[in-house]
Design a protein around this ligand. Structure first.
Ligand code: ATP
Ligand code: MN
Length: 462
C-alpha cells in the first residue's frame, strides 16, 4: 500500500480504514505494555499519534526502545482518538524501524535557542518552529508565482553572475577563476581581468531589475524571483549575504500602477499564507509574536495610506519625538522614522512617494520640480520598509543628465540607454526581499531563521 501524508489523514472527515505513514518520531512514550509514538512527516504542523501494543512481534526487540528522532514506517487502522487535542490516531498493526538514532540526538524535548539551532541547520527543520517556517516559506513562494501568473506576468530568469555594476545597490561578491596568490597584472600593475574567466570583472548579482527592464520592453509585464547577493558587512537581524528577491517590472505603467500592484501583491501573499498554513500561523501567533495574525488580517483588510516624502518629513518634524537620527528634508528615512510613520502615526501600511533625487538611484523618474523622483517605498508596522520601487526614467536626455550628475560612466550603461532610444515607454517596478516578508509573517526575530541555510558575514556552514 502506498503511504499517506499525515496532513491528508488529519484532514479526512472520518476515521476508519488502514493507512501507512512514514516519518520521524517527535516523541516516544513507553509505558507498561504500550507505546505512544508521535510521528511527523513534515506535511503539516501536527504529527499523528501511533499507539503500539505489546502484541506486535517486534515490540520488545525494537518498538519499546524507539527514541525521539527515529524513522519509522507504520501501518495500522485509523481510529478516533480518545485523547485530548487530536482527532485521530493510528492503532499500529506493523511498525518497521527504518532508521535508528544515536543517543546523542541533539533535538530532545527541551526548548532550544535559535542560536543553537543555527549550529545544527541539518537537523533544525525537524523542530516545530522550523517546520512551520519552511512551510510558510513554501506557501509564500507559491503565492508569489500564482499572483503574477494569474495576471499574465512572465517569469524571467535573470542572471546570477553579472558583469555590470549598474545599480550599485550594495557591495558585490567577485566571481573569478584567477589565481588569488598570483593574479596576472597589466602594465600598470593592476589585476588583469582580461585574463579572467569572463574576460572582465564579474560579480554575483545584487538585483535583477535592469534585466527585468530589458524583458519588460518586449514582454510587457515580467517578474524575477531568485537569489541575490550582498557582500555588505552588516551583522543585523534583517540582512543576509544571500537572499531571494522578487522584482516585477511593468511596461506602460507609472508610479500609481506600481503602488496598486505592490498593495495587491502584499495582500495576496498574506491571504494565501493564512489560507494554506492556518496551523503554522497559529503557532507563530501563540509562541513567537502574538500580534502576527491581527497585523496580517488588518493589512489585508485596510487600504494602504499614500503620502509623499515631503508630507512624511512634516509629520516627523511635528511629531515632537526625538529620533536618534534627526529629520530634515533631504535625509534618508531611517527605520525609526519609517516605524513611527506606519506604527504610531498612520497605524497601518503606508506608501511614501516622491523622495529627493539625492537619496535615490539614478534610474528613477525625475519629477518636474527637478528635486524629487517617482520612488515609492511601502512601509509596514514592525518592519518598516518592505518594498522599494519606482517609475523608471524612460526619457533618454534626462537619464543621461542624471548619469552625468552622479559621475557614472555612460559607457557602462550603453544597453540601458539603448532601451531609451528604441521604443522607450513609461515603466515601473519594485523589489521585495522575500525573507523580509517571511520574517514579517512569522514574527521571527532574526532573518537567519527564515531561510534554510543562512549566509552571513563569517558564516556559510552547510
Ligand atoms: P536596507 O536598507 O534594508 O539595507 P536596501 O535599501 O539596501 O535595504 P534595496 O537595495 O532596495 O534594499 O533591495 C530591495 C529589497 O531587498 C529591500 O526592500 C529588502 O526587502 C531586501 N533586502 C535588501 N538587502 C537585503 C539583505 N541584505 N538581506 C535580506 N533582504 C534584503
Ligand atoms: Mn542595504
Amino acid at each position: 500500500m502506498e503511504h499517506a501524508r499525515v496532513k491528508e489523514i488529519l484532514n479526512r472527515n472520518k476515521s476508519g480504514g488502514n493507512v501507512v505513514i512514514k516519518g520521524w518520531l517527535k516523541t516516544a512514550r513507553h509505558s507498561k505494555g504500550f507505546s505512544f509514538l508521535e510521528v511527523s512527516d513534515g506535511s503539516c504542523f501536527s504529527g499523528i499519534q501511533v499507539v503500539a501494543g505489546e502484541g506486535l512481534d517486534n515490540y520488545d526487540t525494537e518498538i519499546k526502545k524507539l527514541l525521539t528522532g527515529c524513522a519509522v514506517s507504520v501501518s495500522g487502522e485509523l481510529v478516533d482518538s480518545p485523547g485530548q487535542g487530536q482527532k485521530y490516531e493510528i492503532k499500529a498493526e506493523k511498525i518497521a524501524v527504518v532508521g535508528l538514532v544515536d543517543s546523542d540526538y541533539p533535538l530532545q524535548k527541551k526548548r532550544h535557542t535559535y542560536e543553537f539551532l543555527r549550529t545544527i541547520a541539518h537537523l533544525r527543520p525537524r523542530t516545530n518552529s522550523f517546520g512551520a517556517v519552511f512551510r510558510v516559506r513554501n506557501a509564500a513562494s507559491k503565492a508569489v508565482h500564482h499572483f503574477f501568473q494569474e495576471r499574465g506576468f512572465v517569469y524571467l530568469h535573470s542572471p546570477i553572475i553579472t558583469a555590470s555594476d549598474c545599480e550599485g545597490a550594495g557591495e558585490m561578491f567577485k566571481v573569478t577563476t584567477l589565481d588569488l596568490k598570483a593574479p596576472p597584472r597589466d602594465e600598470a600593475g593592476k589585476i588583469d581581468y582580461k585574463q579572467d574567466f569572463f574576460g572582465r570583472e564579474a560579480h554575483l548579482t545584487v538585483s535583477g531589475q535592469l534585466e527585468a527592464e530589458i524583458a519588460a520592453m518586449a514582454l510587457s509585464n515580467v517578474y524575477t524571483f531568485g537569489p541575490t547577493f550582498r557582500a555588505e558587512n552588516s551583522n543585523t537581524s534583517r540582512h543576509l549575504a544571500e537572499f531571494w528577491m522578487i522584482e516585477p517590472e511593468m511596461a506602460f505603467c507609472d508610479i500609481r500602477g506600481d503602488m496598486d500592484l505592490a498593495e495587491s501583491f502584499l495582500k495576496y501573499v498574506l491571504q494565501s499564507v493564512l489560507n494554506d498554513c492556518p496551523d503554522d500561523m497559529q503557532f507563530f501567533n501563540d509562541r513567537i509574536d502574538n500580534t502576527v495574525l491581527a497585523t496580517m488580517e488588518s493589512i489585508i483588510k485596510t487600504p494602504f495610506e499614500r503620502i509623499t516624502y515631503t508630507e512624511a518629513v512634516d509629520i516627523l518634524l511635528k511629531s515632537g519625538k526625538t529620533f536618534e537620527y534627526p529629520v530634515t528634508w533631504g535625509c534618508d528615512l531611517q527605520s525609526e522614522h519609517e516605524r513611527y510613520l506606519t506604527e504610531d502615526h498612520i497605524k497601518r501600511p503606508v506608501i511614501v512617494t516622491d523622495y529627493p533625487k539625492t537619496i535615490k538611484a539614478f534610474y528613477m523618474y525625475l519629477n518636474d520640480d527637478d528635486k524629487t523622483v517617482r520612488a515609492m517605498d511601502v512601509l509596514v508596522p514592525k518592519v518598516g520598509e518592505i518594498i522599494g520601487g519606482s517609475q523608471r526614467e524612460d526619457r533618454k536626455d534626462i537619464l543621461l543628465k542624471r548619469i552625468g550628475e552622479l559621475n557614472l560612466n555612460e559607457k557602462d550603461y550603453w544597453w540601458y540607454i539603448d532601451l531609451r532610444r528604441y521604443g522607450s515607454v513609461p515603466h515601473a517596478g519594485f523589489g521585495l526581499g522575500f525573507e523580509r516578508i517571511v520574517q514579517f509573517m512569522t514574527g521571527m526575530g532574526n532573518i537567519r531563521d527564515v531561510i534554510p541555510f543562512p549566509r552571513v558575514p563569517g558564516y556559510a556552514e552547510f
